[in-house]
Ligand binder design. Structure first.
Ligand code: ADP
Ligand code: MG
Length: 260
């Protein structure tokens, strides 16, 4: 499926000295009594491309949702682009302007056109004049190769097209960091590649990305680092070749044996 995607790991891997854009330290997250994240520590540098994998229920979504405060952590600290995520609403808004999320089920507004889905946040959050917001939207729709669908409603598009619209919608916020939560797992197989291709292009352009995905071809070709989670913990992380060829932890080995 991914043979057409170039290997981009010759692109410079962010040097250890690159600016830290996400710092997660000793984070715990509970849903009632249930502990979904346990002592999570994670440092992400500008331009890094991280793939997060692990069994269902291991806390992958919860972790990335904590990074823009769609979930609230109970212990530890999360600092995004120099701003600590606490109850402070101004801080949360500041982080959400920098960090966009692409969801498994697209989360487009069904009663708005593609173009309206894209211009909403620029107009209301970035206070952009409508005409500028529409120009911006068309630029990013062209970028994901779907500009001709601008006047349609999401329900008139295929899943792959809807997900590309969702990515374009995020790009309209000109985010510094993009979070992807299994962006291809709700798609019919023939549509996976068109979405992955857009993600690969973003990676090539240097976008800082954290992607929850089980597309291991994508991980091998794009990721600087693969993180494996199980039972709310980061169990193992490594650069892709070492991660796939020489996993250290028994739980990682079991997981890889099941999906590869
Ligand atoms: P993953 O994305 O790795 O499949 P999640 O982060 O969605 O896992 O969930 C981790 C654990 O937290 C699961 O056991 C899940 O049932 C639980 N969980 C997630 N969201 C909630 C919630 N809103 N309320 C209660 N439990 C939740
Ligand atoms: Mg999930």
């Amino acid at each position: 499926m991914s043979e057409a995607i170039d290997d981009i790991r010759h692109e410079p891997t962010p040097a250890p000295g690159r600016e830290v854009v996400i710092e997660v330290a000793h984070v715990d997250k509970f849903f009632g009594e249930f502990q979904a994240l346990r002592d999570i520590n994670l440092t992400v540098r500008r331009g890094e491309r991280i793939v997060i994998c692990g069994p269902s229920g291991s806390g992958k979504s919860t972790l990335i949702r904590c990074l823009n405060r769609l979930e609230v952590h109970q212990a530890g600290t999360i600092v995004v682009d120099g701003v600590e995520l606490t109850d402070n609403v101004k801080n949360i808004e500041a982080v959400r302007r920098e960090v966009c999320m692409v969801f498994q089920h697209f989360n487009l507004f069904p009663h708005k056109t593609v173009l309206e889905n894209l211009t909403l946040a620029p107009i209301w959050v970035r206070k952009m004049p409508r005409r500028d917001a529409e120009a911006l939207a068309m630029k990013y729709l062209e970028r994901v190769r779907i500009a001709e669908q601008a006047k349609k409603y999401p329900g008139q598009l295929s899943g792959g097209q809807q997900q590309r619209v969702a990515i374009a919608r995020s790009l309209c916020m000109e985010p510094k960091i993009m979070l992807f939560d299994e962006p291809t797992s709700a798609l019919d197989p023939e549509m996976v590649k068109e979405v992955l291709d857009v993600m690969v292009e973003l990676a090539k352009e240097g976008m800082t990305m954290l992607c929850v995905t089980h597309e291991m071809g994508f991980a091998k070709q794009v990721a600087d680092r693969v993180i494996f989670m199980d039972a709310g913990q980061i169990v193992e992380q490594n650069e892709p070749q070492a991660f796939f060829d020489n996993p250290q932890n028994e739980r990682t080995k079991l997981f890889l044996s099941q999906i590869l």
